[in-house]
Design a protein around this ligand. Structure first.
Ligand code: AMP
Length: 282
């Protein structure tokens, strides 16, 4: 497995390849969710590269950035075991030689970046687009693997790729969950045992909304029932949102037949940790 630290080195490695390259961007602290993307890429491409970079410009909360788990040596070992061809782990200076305010900082995604995560994490998607644009130009992958766990991010990155006019296919892989249903996340290690228990309310709220739909209930009922579950978890301090929307546009719907594909998305804050999850309803 090749360890790459600079964009120049990365470009040289890229030029030496003789077949399609799959790319899995991550912020490290790797778990089964990340490895599912790696396995998918390895099945579909002769070469797979993983990036590990905790991107400062996508954190709206400095405390969250400071506390973000960093387990680089362990990550490297696990990726080696997965049979990844290369790891790109640049420094902040390598990615932002001109500082954080650079030409990539200003992509505009309109409505898509103003709602849900965008509304509750100001500047988050600008930061995501900024770093992903740099990574895509450096890696020049054929296929990009992203997790459904961050559904809105997948839509934003698809738009970004259109803007960059790069011939990159995007594959979205399903959310990997713990055996009780909690979506895997690097931030889960920050949960206390009691918070970990309360965090299950996210998954339960999504399952409930789907049940209401399947049993013929309305969108309003589905939201109400889901909110009851979230509100009954005492360690959930704030519910940022629970929304049921058109999966293509993220516009809220009032009736199930307003969209072909419907998704429910949820975000909550616990003491010191923010969690998100989502599920296709229809
Ligand atoms: P992160 O390291 O959190 O930035 O995530 C890197 C990639 O892994 C993103 O495309 C995420 O959507 C994806 N990912 C994170 N958690 C999961 C999960 N539980 N299941 C599937 N993909 C995930």
């Amino acid at each position: 497995m090749k360890m790459i630290r600079t964009i120049d080195e990365l470009k040289r490695w890229r030029e030496s390849l003789d077949g399609p390259l799959g790319f899995v961007p991550t912020m490290g602290a790797l778990h089964e969710g990340h490895f599912s993307l790696v396995r998918c890429s390895k099945q579909e491409n002769p070469y797979t590269i993983v990036s590990i970079f905790v991107n400062p410009t996508q954190f709206d909360d400095p405390e969250d950035l400071r506390k973000y788990p960093r387990t680089f040596e362990r990550d490297k070992e696990l990726l080696e075991r997965e049979g990844v061809d290369a790891v790109f782990a640049p420094t902040v200076e390598e990615m932002y030689p001109k500082g954080f305010e650079d030409e990539d900082a200003h992509y505009d995604f309109g409505y898509l970046e103003r709602i849900l995560e965008g509304a509750h994490r100001p500047g988050h998607f600008k930061g995501v687009a900024q770093v992903v644009a740099k990574l895509l130009r450096a890696v020049e992958p054929d296929v990009l693997y992203l997790g459904q766990k961050d559904y809105q991010q997948v839509l934003i990155i698809k738009k970004l790729i259109e803007k960059l006019s790069m011939p990159i296919k995007v594959v979205m892989c399903p959310t990997v969950r713990e055996s009780d249903g909690l979506a895997m996340s690097s931030r889960n290690v920050r949960l206390s045992p009691q918070q970990r228990e309360n965090a299950l309310a996210l998954y339960r709220s999504l399952i409930k909304a789907k049940e209401v739909y399947e049993q013929g209930g309305s969108v309003v009922e589905a939201k109400q029932e889901a909110m009851k579950i979230l509100e009954s978890a005492p360690l959930i301090k704030e519910i940022d949102y629970f929304e049921i929307v058109d999966a293509d546009t993220l516009k809220p719907i009032n009736n199930w037949d307003e969209a072909d594909k419907v998704i429910a998305l949820v975000a909550v804050r616990m003491e010191g940790v923010r969690l998100i999850d989502n599920m296709f309803i229809k």
